[in-house]
Design a protein around this ligand. Sequence first.
Ligand code: ATP
Length: 299
Amino acid sequence: MRQAKITAYAKINLVLDVLRKREDGYHEVAMVMQAVDLSDTIRLKEADRNWITTNNRHIPMNMNNLAMRAVTLMQREFPGKVPKIEVSLEKHIPVSAGMAGGSTDCAGVMLGINKMCNLDLTRKELELLAAQLGSDIPFCIGGPTALATGRGEIIEPLPDCPELHLVIVKPPFGISTPKVYGNLRADEIVEHPDVQACIRGLEAKDKQRILDAMGNVLEESTFELQPKVKTIKNGMSACGAKHVLMSGSGPTVFAAFAEKAEAEVYYNQLKPQYPGAILTRTVNKEQLEERVDLYDQRT
Ligand code: ATP
């Protein structure tokens, strides 16, 4: 059997709105999700037992790793077709950052197994399977730009985002997504971002309209739990960025720019204050379609 190498991209939320708390305890959301050019590298090969190696000490190195949950799911769903697999996971996406790091690894393994084992599942079929493992995973199967509704698992593709340039700051602490939602008073949200305005901006390929529509209703909840995130957002704005937003439930904060040159100048200004800042850009459909690479197993 051939081996697979997968580039698993992180995401940001251009818009994150919470509509209400549902009876089942989840929140009804409307999010414009966007894949970004910051990725983990995953290698899959047939082995005599399931196991994982990774360069990151802060994530589980066992079957609880989301990459391994994907292996188990695919083996259970397609008995006899999916062998035991060794996963090598090279992490670059910050952990517990609000950038779907674990979800994209999980999606990447599912896409890799689909190709490596000739399962021929469609993207929709993979998205439905992926929803069993987590709300952000269906988006990570599809992308690069999509509207996510329900609890985040219902995905509708949107027109590709024209290339935006991003400067990302991940503070040296994580934040628990359930705590951020738990602290949110959904019925008291006064200002909802305009999801439709963002979609119209994407349809028109109008960078300025997309940037102007950015918003995230989880910011206040995260700021209450971890005021340092607000300090970072304010510091990033003060450094000269007009469009600064927290991603997902945080604590990552990003500044977005229409032009690469603007982002580069800003990055160089910000770097002394935030040495870990990352300069990147949005991912388009062509780049995403080349995520999975099959190659021959060396002896
Ligand atoms: P999201 O944006 O989907 O809410 P996140 O970016 O905030 O996710 P992750 O980096 O996915 O957070 O990590 C969340 C938790 O998942 C951590 O406690 C981490 O230990 C665990 N985890 C399990 N597998 C992985 C993986 N492959 N990569 C990163 N974290 C993983």
